[in-house]
Design a protein. Structure first.
Ligand code: KDG
Length: 338
């Protein structure tokens, strides 16, 4: 009897030792790091340069992390317009987004500096300033609002469209009902020019133009074309009155929770995707202008003298921007764009 008990005891001891080793082995080889999912949402349809920028970012990050980070993209305003998406990124319900800079100003007033009309003279200066100290200071300022600002992609230089009159000078604008982005300085600017501005989310714009709720709007050629605004507008004035970037934003807590390796991959990927997207946006801008002219819409090339009439009327706006954005950031950008 004693012998049997001894054998059983040895067997139990051996099994428990094997189980312990087995657990260690299981711990060493089979542990798979948990997949990280990024929920990225934006307000434009899939045939736009910004969507191409998101696809490039997704391709690079998923490839460099071996699929450890997966990016799910929700385009076309599926998860809301810019304001809703900025709030969703702050709360962490959406991980990343690319709102235009104008709606960002409602959350971080320093961004009003980008709404100074005719601030930039060309793309080379835009990229130089936004990728330099001035732009990076602006991105850094988002961190006080639970947002990590990663980069500026390209929406573009904005042009005025309308269904009523060929606009060459501010005098042609009087009383025109113009939709603006949800931004106080844009509202003030078009009021100062003599128009009758209405703030409206991007998703409502086509219907408002079609139903003549508003007479006109202003956007870069790519969005005028890809959203078919030109089909319900008769005149386009190449005002190029403001350059709008898309601000690539990420929930701050999510970004800071990443490993140093993953942060480095995100940072490199956004730089590469931004360069890729800017090239695509500038090409689409040229293609869209040509296609709109091909469709028989008159595009008015304003002379410098005509543009100067807009600039002169908008001079008082500088004080309003300084009051909202703060003297310091305005000084930084005016020095950088001299
Ligand atoms: O999500 C789309 C927005 O970025 C939108 O702001 C684009 O230029 C735009 C506009 O006029 O609203």
């Amino acid at each position: 009897m004693k012998k049997i008990l001894t054998i059983i005891l040895c067997l139990v001891l051996a099994c428990s030792m094997l189980a312990a080793c087995g657990n260690d082995d299981a711990g060493a080889g089979d542990e798979v790091p948990e997949k990280i999912t990024i929920k990225a949402a934006h307000g434009l349809n899939e045939n736009t340069a910004i969507h191409q920028g998101w696809l490039k970012f997704k391709e690079i990050v998923e490839e460099k992390t071996g699929g450890q980070i997966e990016i799910k993209i929700f385009p076309a305003g599926q998860l809301g317009g810019d304001r809703e998406l900025i709030e969703a990124v702050q709360m962490g319900n959406v991980t990343m987004s690319s709102p235009s800079s104008a709606p960002v100003s409602s959350f971080n007033k320093e961004f009003y500096v980008l709404d100074i009309p005719f601030l930039f003279k060309d793309r080379a200066q835009v990229y130089d300033v936004l990728d330099g100290e001035a732009g990076q200071t602006l991105l850094k300022s988002l961190e006080s609002y639970d947002i990590k600002g990663l980069s500026f992609m390209e929406n573009g230089f904005r042009n005025l469209t309308n269904s009523k009159v060929a606009v060459r000078t501010p005098d042609d604008l009087q009383g025109l009902k113009i939709r603006t982005m949800e931004n106080d300085i844009h509202l003030a600017a078009w009021t100062m020019l003599g128009a009758n501005p209405t703030p409206m989310s991007f998703g409502e714009l086509f219907t408002a133009l079609q139903q003549k709720t508003v007479d006109g709007q202003e956007n870069p050629f790519e969005l005028i074309y890809s959203n078919k605004f030109y089909e319900v507008q008769d005149y386009i004035s190449k005002t190029q009155h403001i350059y709008t970037p898309y601000v690539i934003i990420c929930n701050k807590e999510f970004y800071e929770g990443l490993s140093e390796e993953h942060k480095a991959i995100m940072d490199e990927a956004i730089l590469e995707a931004t360069s890729y997207q800017r090239t695509a946006a500038s090409e689409k801008d040229v293609e869209a202008e040509a296609a709109i002219k091909e469709a028989g819409i008159e595009v008015l090339d304003l002379t410098n003298e005509e543009k100067d009439l807009f600039k002169e009327k908008l001079m008082p706006l500088y004080d309003q921007v300084k009051e909202k954005a703060g003297e310091e950031i305005v000084k930084v950008f005016l020095n950088a764009t001299k």
